[in-house]
Design a protein around this ligand. Structure first.
Ligand code: KIV
Ligand code: NA
Length: 269
């Protein structure tokens, strides 16, 4: 089976209607990508790796090198899904030219097919610049975690009329600039629906609405890796318990010398 392409995914929404919702999950490692790939349309190498993998307090400290390395692992571990890489904070905001340099580096070093960047109208020129030069761009509006220091936290957006208008306007600006899809994160449902109806490209919801054209979750959240998760996460598994119990079983067998057994040891002939 050949890998899906960005134009194929973009074409899943025709005249405002999406045949079947697009499925996206985050992936940061090769083995994780291998396991998720058959079930997804897109794998997102999200800068959420800041918190999930590196224990950082926000996505602000993430570097291009971190993103390129994890994206390369995800590309090596997948053969079906379109791999989208987050552009880290500070790597694209200053100018379309700077954004192109950063995006080109990400794609060249990883083999991923597309980048994602945060911001609406202010980033529209950059989205057009990249798209016209061969780099497909996914937008990201609403709760944009890289703007945490401006937003003041991670609470849902779109509750005031001004915020709601801005979110829909941002989505439209990205769509007109040529974004192939737009993540809508942490937005009250009616505004997520309004934004979805206002754009020609597919929207991917997270804390948004089932009426978005697709959904994304952070895989570790979905697997039940963490005790505390945002309200919009549904935990489909309880991997934290599985890992704890498995590590406890290993530790106790080591301590009582019941591991390794004959089966796991080499003997001379
Ligand atoms: O970094 C990330 O994982 C994301 C998704 C949650 C949309 O941007
Ligand atoms: Na992100």
């Amino acid at each position: 089976m050949r890998r899906l392409t960005v134009p194929k995914l973009r074409a899943r929404k025709v005249d405002g209607v999406t045949d079947e919702p697009l499925v996206m999950l985050t992936a940061y490692t090769a083995r994780q990508a291998q396991l998720l790939d058959p079930h997804c349309d897109m794998l997102l190498v999200g800068d959420s790796l800041a918190q999930v993998i590196y224990g950082l307090p926000s996505t602000i400290p993430v570097t291009l090198e971190m993103m390129a390395n994890h994206a390369a692992a995800v590309v090596r571990g997948s053969y079906h899904s379109v791999v989208v890489v987050d552009m880290p904070f500070g790597s694209y905001e200053t100018s379309p030219e700077d954004a192109f340099d950063s995006a080109a580096r990400l794609l060249k070093e990883s083999g991923a097919a597309a980048v994602k960047l945060e911001g609406g109208e202010a980033m529209a020129e950059t989205v057009a610049f990249l798209t016209q030069r061969g780099i497909p761009v996914m937008g990201h509006v609403g709760l944009t975690p890289q703007a945490v220091n401006v937003l003041g936290g991670y609470t849902a957006r779109g509750r005031s009329d001004a915020e709601a208008d801005k979110i829909v306007g941002d989505a439209k600006a990205l769509d007109e600039a040529g974004a192939f899809a737009i993540v809508i994160e942490g937005v009250v449902e009616p505004i997520a629906i309004a934004a979805t109806e206002a754009v020609s490209c597919p929207t991917i919801g997270i804390g948004a609405s089932a009426k978005c054209d697709g959904q994304v979750l952070v895989t570790e959240d979905m697997l039940g890796m963490f005790e505390r998760v945002p309200r919009f996460v549904k935990r489909y598994g309880d991997i934290a318990t599985t890992i704890s119990e498995t590590a406890a079983a290993y530790a106790s067998e080591v301590r009582e010398r019941s591991f390794p057994t004959e089966e796991q040891t080499y003997q001379p002939k």
